[in-house]
Structures are given as C-alpha cells and as structure tokens.
Design a protein around this ligand. Sequence first.
Ligand SMILES: *[C@@H]1O[C@H](CO)[C@@H](O)[C@H](O)[C@H]1NC(C)=O
Length: 373
Amino acid sequence: MGSSSLPNGLLSLSLAVFLLLHLFPSGSASHNEPLISYHNGPLLTGNVSLAILWYGEFMPVEKIVVQTFIESLSMRPSKSFQADVHSWWKKVGSYLEVAEKKSPKSVVQIARQVYDESASLGYDLGSESLPALLHKATVGLANTVAVIFVSKDVKMAETCTVPCYLHGVHGKQVYIVVGNPADNCPGSCAVPFHHSRIAPLAVTLEPPSGNLGADAMVIHFASALAETVTNPFNNGFFSNKWGDQFQAATVCMGIFATGALPGTFPGNVRVDPFTGGAFNAHGLGPSFFLLPALWDPKTDDCWTVKLKETAHVALLFQPHVVVTMDSNLLELSLSLPNKMSSLLAVEVSTYNVLKGGRSFSYQGEVSRQNLET
Ligand SMILES: *[C@@H]1O[C@H](CO)[C@@H](O)[C@H](O)[C@H]1NC(C)=O
C-alpha cells in the first residue's frame, strides 16, 4: 500500500521506507574575507609518497580499509558515481589552484610500509617518541610524508585529543600521526560511529567497513592528509580568524553530508541497506567510506562529496514508529537502532524526534517520501 499523505492521528509503521531528507541546506554566511586563507608558504605539489609505519598490532581489516582508501584516492573517476574518493582528493587539489601553484594531476602513492608489531618504543607514547617513530617510517627514503598509525592498544594522548590526529613538520620531515581510538577514546575520536562523550544525544552511524576503529582512522587520516597538502609547514592555508588550528578539515569537523549539525547530526549520508554502514563515497572494490567535509576555498564554505543520483535511502526496519500528524507538524516517536534514526524523513517543515523519551527537533524540507506497508 503506497501512501503519499499521512492520515491524521496515530499511524504505526512497520515498513520499508524510502526517503530523502534535506536539512538545513548549509547556508553560507557572507564573509568579508575567506574563513580559510592562504599565507603564501609552500604547499605539497605533485605526487605524494607515503612512508607508513604501523606501530603496534593491527587487525588485517584495519590495514586493508586504510590501504584501500589510499589506493582509492587515485582511482579513475567513475562514470556511474560522482561521489567517489577521487573527487574528494580533487577538492584537496583545488587549493593548489587557488594558491596559483601548478597542479599536475597528483597521485598518492605508498612508498613503503613498515611494521612494529611489538611496539618497540612501548605502549605509552608521548610527543618525545615522534623522532624515533619518524625515523622508523622513513629511514632510507627521501621526499616522503611519514604516516604513523598507532594501534588501539597503544596510548598516545595527542591522538585522543580533538582533532584526533597530528600533522606537521619535524626538521624537514613532514608527518601525520593517527591513532585507532576504538579502545582509548571512542567517545571523542570514533564519533560519529560511537556515542559522543560531549553530546550524548548526537546521532551515531554504523561504520561503513563494519570496523569502528578502521573507519575512524580513515576520517582522521583523510583530514590530516588534506591539511598536510594544503598546510604542510604551517604557513599555507589556515584561518586568519581563529588561527592555525583551523585548517581545511578542522574548520568543517563533524560534517559528512548536507544537512549536518556539527557534533549532533552528521548529515544525510547514504546507508548501505545490507550492512547498515553509513557512507558518502565509493572507493575501489567496491568499498565505501565516510569522508570528512573539506573547506572549499573557491566557494568559501564546507564541501562534502555528493552522490550524483538523488540520495534516497532504502531502509528496511522493523521497530515501531509512531507518527502523530498535525497539519505540517509531525512527531515521530521511535525506538530504532541509533544508526537508523538519522534516516527518517517526512514531508513536513518541522518535526521532532523523540528518542529515549527525549526530544530534539530538526527543521528542514523533504522532497520525497514513499511509504510502503
Ligand atoms: C606521479 O605518479 C604517476 C603515476 O605513478 C606518474 O605517472 C607520474 O610521472 C608521477 N609524477 C611525478 C611528477 O613524479
């Protein structure tokens, strides 16, 4: 039974819902000067060679997900999907155009991977460990970006403090450090796949690979990579207003799709109907990734990868949904798994979502709704 308008009163739904939600088409405030501006220093142009150190013990899936993301950065643009990992990488490249640097088609390559499974520098790392880590990653290799992935059984405070990664330069060596937050700090650094420590009502999503730590590492590595290319020596692109902690990715933190309310709602991402995993970009394989928003230096606004086709989501769920309809105010009372609740959409301009007895409301406009019983 299809229904294009909801009856008044209570309606219990236990159905397949195909819907589309447009929340807050992100209106850009007008700025007199761009939020992120160029400070005339060198950027990383040309191919980016990564010298990777996996410090501590990683599960195969963790390494495969991260490696697939890296390989997907340089994949051939596909005709069928606009929202591929490559289009995200092209947005990073657009900074070079804005800075009027030559931007030949650059690719990201893995120059070498080394493994320190026994965590030879110990399980409690501080910033004083950095030179030794960089040395392990890069010894004998020139012109690389050192990338240190720290496993979940190793503590490193810097990778558990927002933005959950480090990037910078030590001597002449450009580096990135990313931790696996699964055990140490999921409430800070595995969001939106884990309940947020500071915003308990924030919507959570299922990780696209099924492994929370791996997908969190992808978000932080992607953010760090974008900021490494656009601000490798701390005199590239960053905020005039708020200083160098606000760069290409940090200034858009918490945004993954249109309609995002940073810290509370990650945006209208796609969900794989089979796994429940949330994603916004396709990679090689097929693989699916949830990639962070980037500041778009041309439009002066946050940008996310977008699917070409209308992003309606096929969602099958069983739980009870109680809908109260009153003119164009609709209340949904739902006991959905958390990952599903962001996907509900209704043809109204205001609605409240009641979850666990508490209510939070969104305003937005929905262009399509299709309910089947
Ligand atoms: C970048 O890498 C590609 C693919 O490996 C290669 O064809 C190209 O020559 C490289 N460019 C530079 C400047 O090294």
